[in-house]
Design a protein around this ligand. Structure first.
Ligand SMILES: O=P(O)(O)OP(=O)(O)OP(=O)(O)OC[C@H]1O[C@@H](n2cnc3c(O)ncnc32)[C@H](O)[C@@H]1O
Ligand SMILES: [Mg+2]
Length: 197
């Protein structure tokens, strides 16, 4: 049987690179060949105004399902950065904060607060070949720090995970980032689902 085709809709090349790398191997418990072929459609889908990250991802995935032929599996992911001091904001709005303010001002926003805690969250929404929706989420706890390391991917250089031995995401190599990242964790769950269904 030919491998199942799964379409990932994202307009973000850095994200795509990480996802390809993560999905190129089986879940940690298995060593099989990947039983699916990953296809990318680089579209920018609408993201609704919501605090509920699953609702945003599902809404995105419903549009995604309309971009592929019926009977084809498709998924999207949405990544949020939640500040403890702001009760979870910017959350899914981090993209617009980044665009308008840039890294330095985002770090400055937290200056008055002692609590620099933040959560990176990836929420995957998957529409399977029967049109059923599934969600998978991965969370990594960390702190917001002054920018260190390359600044080519989003807020990687200002997020220091608690488990990285003091490195920001940007200072880690991709293999190590994926092992503990919000995205790595979400896709580990997604992979288990794909391998078991
Ligand atoms: O087409 P989509 O997949 O939506 O791609 P996007 O770039 O719009 O991505 P999001 O809507 O998920 O917005 C997340 C924002 O956070 C950034 N981002 C996502 N994952 C990241 C990661 O692992 N490290 C640093 N920044 C990240 C990304 O560049 C965006 O500015
Ligand atoms: Mg987006």
């Amino acid at each position: 049987m030919p491998p199942k085709r799964i379409t990932f809709i994202t307009g973000n090349e850095n994200k795509l690179k990480e996802v390809k790398m993560i999905l190129s191997t089986g879940p940690s418990t298995e060593k099989d060949e990947t039983p699916f072929e990953l296809v990318n459609l680089p579209l920018d889908l609408d993201e609704i105004q919501e605090i509920d990250l699953e609702a945003i991802a599902i809404h995105k995935c419903k549009q995604a399902a309309q971009k592929v032929d019926k009977g084809n599996a498709v998924f999207v992911e949405d990544t949020a950065l939640r500040f403890d001091a702001f009760n979870g904001l910017p959350g899914a709005y981090i993209k617009w904060f980044l665009k308008s303010l840039g890294l330095e001002k985002i770090v400055k926003m937290l200056e008055p607060y002692e609590n620099k805690g933040a959560q990176a969250v990836t929420t995957i929404a998957y529409a399977d070949e029967n049109g059923e929706f599934h969600t998978f989420q991965g969370i990594t706890e960390g702190i917001i720090v002054d920018s260190r390391g390359p600044t080519d991917f989003g807020w990687d250089s200002i997020f220091q995970p608690l488990e990285s031995g003091g490195k920001t995401y940007a200072e880690m190599n991709k293999t190590n980032k994926n092992l503990i990242s919000h995205r790595g964790r979400a896709f580990e769950k997604f992979k288990s689902h794909l391998y078991n269904n």
